[in-house]
Design a protein around this ligand. Structure first.
Ligand code: T4K
Length: 377
């Protein structure tokens, strides 16, 4: 029997090639390839409008945006963050010679639990780096209050949260800074890319200096900067992508609803709670496979069964960052994060995934659960 074509957890959206060719024409005639060229400026302006933010700085990728966000806040000591994230979240902390301290997550939203944040605060804590994991908003008001009470900075890793809004508009307007990723695997991609959202023009110009070697002007360097700029080529891709972003998100929603219809009533499948969301981006479709213990057995079984049928889900985010040798220590006590990491499975979701394939994947998950239960008995 011939196997179905492989389905990966995601597949990047691409604009029509003719759209990009037209933009490339402008680059070819201007000869401006980078260093804040016209397409870079245009993309910043268009993204501000689309996202409902006032100040955005484009970056070569999300990790550099995180590094610079932390650098610009002049932090010292310990930063409280989530172990349930992509490793870049903590690497940006340690790359800045800061120490990540891992708080636990809320098992229903996969975002940092405010009570656990408070328990992690010490005299060395200077900031919180929460993650809007899968685009699910953190408890922004409570985190804001904690930051005020303890005089801490808040930098949001909003890599997954493009276009998400909560009770008070764009999720990106919370905290001192937020960062986005425009990687190929994200809802909005510029192949590689990222951004920092600043609350005011002064902060944006500081960020813009840091990403351009610290230059104030051609003869003056204000600080120890780096080269983290987005090129005109990536900005051109971004401008083309933006025209189709609403329909891309709409298609993701359709896939998400097909999965919901088949999967959410199963007693062994738990979906995250999407509280406080006015507009969601359907960036990932995580499910938790809950068996009678907190082991990874059921999740791993389903993962393997789907893989055998050429369906490549991902165990984002297993293992936890705090389980990597680099960060492992006895002080990391995050029982909910450990359980969620053992149970989570991200199903394929992207605009071009067909409805029939989404139905096939959901049916496959259900069948695999039944087989698992039978084999166990
Ligand atoms: N903070 C958070 C919370 C993040 O999730 C990330 C990145 C960052 C910060 C840092 O942002 P960036 O510096 O990356 O902008 C991927 C991405 O590389 C990474 O951007 C992302 N998070 C992370 C969650 O996922 P991998 O190693 O899982 O990607 P990969 O190459 O296995 O791709 C997954 C699937 O996507 C493939 O099986 C096929 C498909 N794919 C992938 C690429 C790259 C394509 O079809 N085309 C492609 O070009 O890390």
């Amino acid at each position: 029997m011939t196997k179905e074509k492989p389905i990966f957890v995601t597949k990047p959206s691409l604009p029509p090639l003719e759209d990009l060719q037209a933009k490339l024409g402008t680059i070819w005639s201007s000869g401006i390839l980078t260093n804040g060229g016209p397409l870079h400026e245009e993309l910043e302006a268009e993204l501000c409008k689309y996202l409902g933010v006032e100040h955005i700085s484009l970056f070569a990728n999300g990790t550099l945006a995180l590094l610079i966000a932390l650098k610009s806040a002049r932090l010292t000591g310990e930063i409280i963050t989530s172990p349930f994230s992509f490793v870049a979240t903590s690497q940006a902390i340690s790359w800045n010679n800061l120490t990540p301290i891992f708080a636990d997550i809320n098992p229903d939203t996969y975002t940092l639990d405010p009570d656990s944040i408070v328990k992690c605060i010490s005299s060395r804590t200077t900031a919180i780096l929460p993650v809007h994991c899968y685009g699910i908003p953190c408890e922004v008001d409570t985190i804001n209050q904690i930051a005020e009470d303890y005089n801490l900075k808040v930098i949001y890793d909003a890599a997954h949260a493009f276009g998400v809004s909560c009770h008070c508009g764009s999720i990106l307007n919370h905290g001192d800074l937020s960062i986005l990723s425009f990687h190929a695997t994200k809802v909005f991609n510029t192949f590689e890319g990222g951004a920092i959202i600043s609350p005011d023009a002064k902060t944006k110009s500081k960020i813009d200096r840091l990403k351009n070697f610290g230059f104030i002007d051609q003869e003056n360097v204000a600080s120890n900067g780096i080269n983290a700029k987005m090129s005109e080529l990536n900005a051109a891709v971004g401008l083309c992508q933006l025209k189709y972003i609403d329909s891309a998100i709409e298609n993701r929603k359709t896939i998400s609803e097909i999965y919901d219809k088949h999967l959410t009533t199963h007693p062994l499948i738990k979906r995250p709670t999407l509280n406080d969301i006015q507009k969601y981006n359907y960036s990932y479709y995580p499910i938790r496979l809950v068996s009678d213990d907190s082991s990874a057995n059921l999740r791993d079984y389903i993962f393997d069964q789907l893989k055998a049928d050429n369906i490549f889900c991902r165990k984002y985010f297993y293992p936890l960052i705090s389980e990597f040798q680099l960060y492992k220590n006895d002080a990391n006590k995050t029982p909910y994060a450990i359980t969620v990491a053992n149970q989570v499975l991200c199903l394929p979701i992207y605009p071009e995934l067909s409805k029939s394939n989404a139905t096939r994947i959901a049916t496959h998950v259900l069948k695999a659960i039944e087989t698992y239960i039978k084999e166990k008995i």
